[in-house]
Design a protein. Structure first.
Length: 155
C-alpha cells in the first residue's frame, strides 16, 4: 500500500529533521520525491513529499531471526535486553526505526562485553565513529544502569 510523508526542513538548521528524512529514504522503497522551496513565517524551508511503499528493514528482507537467548550467556543476554529497551525508547524519541540506531546483531555483540568501552564499541562490525559520537556515551550509561540493577537484585 502506498504511503505519503510530508516533511518541511528549514533551510538553515534542524539536523534532526534532516536525519528523519534520510532514515525514511533509507528504510522504505521510494516511489517518488517532490521537493519545493517554500517561504514560511519562520523563514525559508524545503518541503519534501515522499511517496513510498515497502519497508526495507532487515526483518523484511527475509533475514532469519536469531534467538539471542541461545547465543548469549545469561549475563550477556540481560545486557542485550537492556540495550534493546534503551534502543526502543531512543528510537521513539527520535521518531526513527530501531534498526537505524543499532541492529540486533550489533547490540548482541556489544552485550558480550562485560565492561564495554568506546574503543570496544568501535570494534563491532557496523559501528563507526558517527554512531559512537551520537550514541556511545548513552549506550555506556544504559549498560551502567543495567549493571546497577543487576547488583541490587537478589539471586
Amino acid at each position: 500500500m502506498m504511503q505519503i510523508k510530508v516533511i518541511s526542513i528549514p533551510v538553515f538548521g534542524d539536523e534532526a529533521l534532516n536525519e528523519e528524512l534520510n532514515v525514511l529514504l533509507r528504510s522504505k522503497k521510494i516511489l517518488q520525491v517532490e521537493r519545493h522551496l517554500v517561504q514560511l513565517p519562520a523563514g525559508a524551508a524545503w518541503a519534501f513529499c515522499v511517496e513510498y511503499i515497502e519497508d526495507l528493514s532487515p526483518e523484511s528482507k527475509g533475514k532469519e531471526k536469531q534467538d539471542y537467548r541461545q547465543i548469549l550467556d545469561a549475563d550477556s543476554f540481560r545486557r542485550y535486553l537492556a540495550l534493546r529497551e534503551w534502543r526502543r525508547v531512543t528510537a521513539e524519541k527520535e521518531n526513527v526505526p530501531v534498526f537505524a540506531l543499532f541492529t540486533n546483531d550489533e547490540l548482541a555483540e556489544l552485550a558480550k562485553f562485560s565492561s564495554l568501552t568506546l574503543v570496544e564499541m568501535k570494534s563491532v562490525k557496523g559501528i563507526g565513529d558517527k554512531k559512537i559520537e551520537k550514541y556511545g556515551m548513552k549506550v555506556l550509561e544504559a549498560l551502567k544502569q543495567q549493571n546497577e540493577k543487576g547488583e541490587q537484585s537478589p539471586v
